[in-house]
Unconditional design. Sequence first.
Length: 349
Amino acid sequence: MKFQMLWLTLVLLAIEATSTAQGKNTTIPALIVFGDSIMDTGNNNNLSTPLKCNFPPYGKDFPGGSATGRFSDGRVPSDIIAEKLGLAKTLPAYMNPNLKPKDLLKGVTFASGGTGYDPLTAQIMSVISVWDQLTYFKKYISTIKKHFGEEKAKDIVENSLFLVVSSSNDLAHTYLSRANRYDRTSYANFLADSAVKFVRELHKLGARKIGVFSAVPVGCVPLQRTVFGGFLTRGCNQPLNTMAKQFNSKLSPALDSLDKELDGVIFYIDIYDTLFDMIQHPKKYGFEVANKGCCGLGTLEISYLCNSLNPFTCSNSSAYIFWDSYHPTERAYQVIVDNLLEKYLSKVY
Ligand SMILES: *[C@@H]1O[C@H](CO)[C@@H](O)[C@H](O)[C@H]1NC(C)=O
Ligand SMILES: *[C@@H]1O[C@H](CO)[C@@H](O)[C@H](O)[C@H]1NC(C)=O
Ligand SMILES: *[C@@H]1O[C@H](CO)[C@@H](O)[C@H](O)[C@H]1NC(C)=O
């Protein structure tokens, strides 16, 4: 036993020595996130928006069972990824009024549930647009400079991992208000162009390790099935999935070009295929239910409709891919991150 421990220590030391010898600084000081509900850890809590979730049963599987404003039963990908990077078990929401300057050092999320790349999306939902999130990021850097100095701020901006996840709300909701100006393809292209513009802005502010998530198969979330999938069949909304794929097929090569053009590492993170496969074959991943959420009846409930007065909420959310009618469970998020993200995270070490 002792011998094995010693051997393991030696191997770890050797790995550490190798990465130092290559001159690569493998330390990622912080994780900084922009986007929507997938990565929001409570930024909507003090907004007057219909898209809130800082009440039970949201958070029922979160440490302490507290409803923090995460759109899930437990932790969300910003937390899970922060843990994988060895930073913290949870990533704070920038808008949390209780944050002290030192709580900012391992990173924060600016993400706001309901937002999108299209400025109209945030406006309709009364939430924080991704563009305003960039303004808050500038404030964040000023605070770090003020309390910890220029060097620390520079280290955080240059070496942190930046993640961006958005587009579902634009595709699923705002498009309906935009259909007079865009057809599906041109709207998907407009969103992909907006994502690229966002990355350029982030890069101008000094970010050098930037990952952008693909759109998800948003046509297969329980709410879309209920509204567009047929009364009994509750199939996926195929035109919406096609639009999501169109966005992805424009975004992926655009990010590759950006990666060649700009210094740093800019990469596309495909979660469409993994989530789609999970939804088609839930048993393969240890899930029982893929077409309904755990909260309430699981067909329509989201935000205020998913509440503690609703008596139908399931007892075992781990058996479900979806927590409410729109958002995955912590367990589904964990499976996605485990299956996929390590491949991408290796790009930034
Ligand atoms: C490596 O990263 C650490 C922590 O982020 C930082 O303090 C240090 O200055 C960096 N070293 C080099 C050689 O860049
Ligand atoms: C936001 O916070 C302020 C001060 O803490 C409080 O007075 C206000 O009611 C809150 N607004 C919302 C919408 O929660
Ligand atoms: C919850 O569901 C998961 C997945 O089906 C299963 O592995 C687990 O045993 C269940 N837990 C309980 C307490 O029933």
